[in-house]
Design a protein around this ligand. Sequence first.
Ligand code: GDP
Ligand code: GDP
Length: 433
Amino acid sequence: MSNIVAIVGRPNVGKSTLFNRLIGKRQAIIDDVSGVTRDRQYGSAHWNGHEFVVVDTGGFVEGSQDVFEKEIRAQVRIAIDESAVIIFLVDVETGETDLDQEVATLLRNSNKPVILAVNKVDNSHRFIDAQEMWGMGFASTHFISSASGSGTGELLDEAVSHLTDDNELETDLPKIAIVGQPNVGKSTFTNVLLGEDRNIVTEIAGTTRDSIHTKYNLYGKEFFIIDTAGIRKKQKVHEDLEFYSVMRAIRAIEEADVCALLIDARTGIEAQDMSIFRLAQKRNKGIAIFVNKWDLIEKETNTARDFELEIKRRIAPFTDVPIVFISALEKIRIFKTVEILLHIYENKIKKISTSKLNDVLLPIIQNTPPPAHRGNMIKVKYITQMTASHPVFAFFCNHPDHIRESYKLFLENQIRANFDFSGVKISLVFKDK
Ligand code: GDP
Ligand code: GDP
């Protein structure tokens, strides 16, 4: 099951306003990553203990009115296929339009849960007007104002009730997703991995249509490749549709422990690659970057080094990410990619003992203590790694709220310098003691 909540609806009903509201709150509290582009159309959110991804389908559309409407229909179909629940947004100001009706028909004929959300219900007058939307025939109808936020809590309550947090694939083995833009070489790479040495053990058809996870055994190391809706058998229908590839990437990331982000050596890391990277980072997934089609690049002495520096500049501040230059076509450094992905998985689940952490970090902190807060010394008493899906370190100290960002970064760098956490995000929390 995917845990994607898709917002669909025609232009100007308020999709991006709702999207920003659903994503924005989390951003303010939890987002520790700066430099995320404003114009992205998907992001992670949480509500009542559920973690999920919100997709605003509107942002992907360009072109004339005709193209626009055709695209919207295509996107609604994809949203139906790929998401767990759909929020169908309409606008009380304009009332129900022809396009609304068309979308409604598509949605009613799907077997996905659909929540009708009537937007711009800013006051009691509009609340009365909005009642006519019951006529659209959706048992689940909410009246909201995305601008003020009213009604959005109840909307989310219902949306998350349709999510299953259980992973589609119950296994303790590492789950690896291969993600990247169309034509970067995902299928070629996957086929090389799966084809070599005849190491395939089993193929398990996922519960979702077309989703196949392949168990792979490499010199005694077993792992799963998450193939969400056919990286290998390409779906020609949707192939060129940007939105489809984005949905597919989101789902693969959600199901994975570690993501192999393929980028094209000829273009370098692009805005879309960055969106995928940030999503994987935000969802606490392990990440490696594989620069594919390296065979096509004319190399000079520093080509790889310069390329790597540019990637690191873009992905900062999370730069402790393995970068490998590969050719899926010519099977160059494929084995290394597998080693790295499994190593990242080990880093993600490894636990450093409290005594080891304190032995290493306390002397460093003593030498370079946190800057005082209003003349008060901040003293770190001890550090421990918490149990979580990725490495989280708790620093027990006085004045935990007054540790500066720059000092947190310093501590993270010290952890990374002393213990190998390459490819995984680490989080630091500061607690009163
Ligand atoms: P999208 O094209 O569906 O993504 O729509 P936008 O989010 O860009 O919103 C279109 C317009 O509706 C903007 O001018 C928003 O400020 C406005 N809008 C969005 N939500 C509300 C709302 O709850 N109440 C009112 N009055 N206006 C809203
Ligand atoms: P996907 O859409 O990401 O699955 O990409 P494909 O695996 O279908 O690859 C797209 C095209 O790039 C195909 O023509 C591949 O043969 C080609 N390709 C993939 N990997 C490489 C590579 O390492 N080097 C070169 N030169 N071409 C590649």
